[in-house]
Design a protein around this ligand. Structure first.
Ligand code: SF4
Ligand code: SF4
Ligand code: SF4
Length: 261
């Protein structure tokens, strides 16, 4: 059985167990599962398969310390078998696919495979539309300021006054980490008051339109998840209306191509 076959079986088992509804359409598959019911965590890029990851991650937090976007957390006491291990909660902060993947290179145990420090090997998961009707673009609605303010509020490198004043202006001598997070906010600021296409505009994949694009639907637009999506979760964090979610440890091929047969 190929790796893809194994992953597909695992996914179908997982989703069937959750009573997931999958609906094939010209734009891919719309799923309506409650991802929180899934037992799989989204792991940092380069993570080996989950059963191996659980054996190899030594809970050292090295990946977390070098992540310039504060994307990685360590599982708290409720994490069961994976307590203390590294994961990403894309609803709080996605991964922004740093070019050199410092998280992978910092991992001393092999839980994040150093040899995968290239975007072509990254397979964190795959995005899907969990709530199509909630998409602002479908209803030709603009991005509310409150949605962008929310991202300011959870950006850890900002001071309290910078959060309050929505001040992401770059200063001369800032550390690389601060600079990167501020650049993200400055880019996001360009969406204020405009029709929403944040997910497609902010996708950090090197050629974003290979991973996500906006397509026409019912007089508006909706995002279409495409073959290159690696499940980084940036779109999940930034979407103002929680339209998108990630299926961890799956690929576009294992999920979408099956639905198009
Ligand atoms: S690729 Fe960068 S943003 Fe993503 S988890 Fe690793 S260090 Fe953090
Ligand atoms: S970020 Fe994307 S999915 Fe979310 S409301 Fe905007 S266009 Fe729709
Ligand atoms: S569409 Fe882009 S931002 Fe969203 S999960 Fe995929 S690669 Fe990441």
């Amino acid at each position: 059985m190929s790796l893809d076959d194994k992953k597909r079986r695992k996914f179908i088992k997982q989703m069937t167990g959750l009573g997931v509804l999958g609906l094939a359409s010209g734009a891919g598959i719309y799923f309506a599962p409650d991802l929180k019911a899934s037992t799989l965590r989204l792991r940092p890029p380069g993570a080996v398969e989950e059963d191996q990851f659980l054996k190899l991650c030594i809970k050292c937090g090295q990946c977390l310390q070098v992540c310039p976007y504060d994307a990685i957390e360590l599982e708290d006491i409720e994490g069961g078998a994976s307590v203390g291990m590294a994961y990403i909660d894309p609803e709080k902060r996605g991964c922004y696919l740093c070019e050199a993947f410092p998280c992978m290179l910092a991992c001393p145990s092999g839980a994040l495979n150093h040899e995968h420090d290239n975007i072509k090997y990254v397979e964190m998961g795959v995005a899907y539309l969990a709530n199509v009707d909630g998409c602002l673009a479908l209803h030709n609605k603009k991005v509310p300021d409150s949605a962008i303010d929310k991202i300011y509020n959870h950006t850890k490198v900002l001071t309290a006054s910078q959060k309050k004043n929505r001040d992401a202006n770059l200063r001369g001598d800032e550390k690389e980490k601060v600079k990167l997070q501020k650049q993200l906010l400055l880019k996001l600021d360009k969406s204020r008051g405009k029709p929403c296409t944040i997910c497609a505009d902010m996708c950090p994949y090197p050629t974003p339109s290979d991973a996500i694009g906006m397509i026409k639907k019912d007089g508006g637009l909706i995002p279409e998840i495409r073959e290159a999506c690696v499940g980084c979760g940036a779109c999940v964090e930034l979407c103002p209306t929680q339209v998108l979610k990630i299926i961890p440890a799956q690929t576009y091929a294992s999920v979408y191509k099956k639905g198009k047969k």
